[in-house]
Design a protein around this ligand. Structure first.
Ligand SMILES: Cc1cc2nc3c(=O)[nH]c(=O)nc-3n(C[C@H](O)[C@H](O)[C@H](O)COP(=O)(O)O)c2cc1C
Length: 186
């Protein structure tokens, strides 16, 4: 069977951001799996004006994937504006796919992650239960002291459990989308 394609979305773009580190870390754990092909979607590579027109390059890129991992920073208790803008720019490309959520921040980015779940519901993007939260002293050590996320034991198992769930939901939804496409063509 063709590998599931999962896009890991980096939610921030500022010059001194931390966001690419957890994204690369999730990618390295996902790379141990034989059922999933992962690619980082860096919003720096898709600069978009505030939503007012189609951004076909971004929409086409989103359309390539069966599922997503959003690596979410928390900005003022919400999701970063660049991520919201990128979510707004597509709609059918997100529909009926699965999404996993990784947060980072003082409380693991949990307020942004919960906000993302509400937004995802409107995008018909099914968020899976298990999130991964890089928080408190662990977040500060990674952010300020350059501690490698691979050294934080419980987070490794958290990502593995999350990717297992993502693979299950991604397969289920991909099968259902293929069934819809077949019945539309009949
Ligand atoms: C505009 C702004 C707002 C922030 N608000 C929060 C917040 O609400 N909660 C939190 O835990 N951290 C907050 N922070 C700290 C971020 O968690 C920290 O800077 C993190 O590195 C941001 O992700 P990034 O480096 O990928 O941009 C904020 C940072 C910025 C720049």
């Amino acid at each position: 069977m063709r590998k599931l394609k999962a896009g890991i979305v980096i939610s921030t773009t500022r010059a001194s951001r931390f966001g690419h580190k957890p994204a690369e870390w999730v990618k390295s754990i996902a790379a141990e799996r034989s059922d999933m092909a992962v690619e980082i979607l860096d919003l720096r590579d898709y600069p978009m004006r505030f939503f007012d027109e189609v951004a076909q390059r971004w929409q086409k890129k989103v359309a390539e994937f069966d599922g997503f991992v959003f690596v979410a920073a928390e900005y003022n208790h919400g999701i970063p504006a660049v991520l919201m803008n990128a979510l707004d720019y597509a709609y059918p490309e997100w529909n009926k796919k699965a999404a996993a959520l990784v947060g980072y921040g003082a409380v693991g980015g949990s307020r942004a992650v919960e906000q993302l779940r509400l937004i995802a519901a409107e995008l018909q993007l099914a968020t899976i239960r298990t999130g991964v939260y890089i928080q408190g002293a662990d977040f500060m050590a990674a952010l300020k002291d350059g501690k490698n996320l691979k050294e934080i034991a419980y987070l490794q198992q958290g990502v593995r459990d999350m990717l297992d769930q993502l693979a299950w939901w991604t397969t289920a939804l991909k099968t259902a989308r293929q069934r819809d496409a077949l019945s539309a063509a009949a």
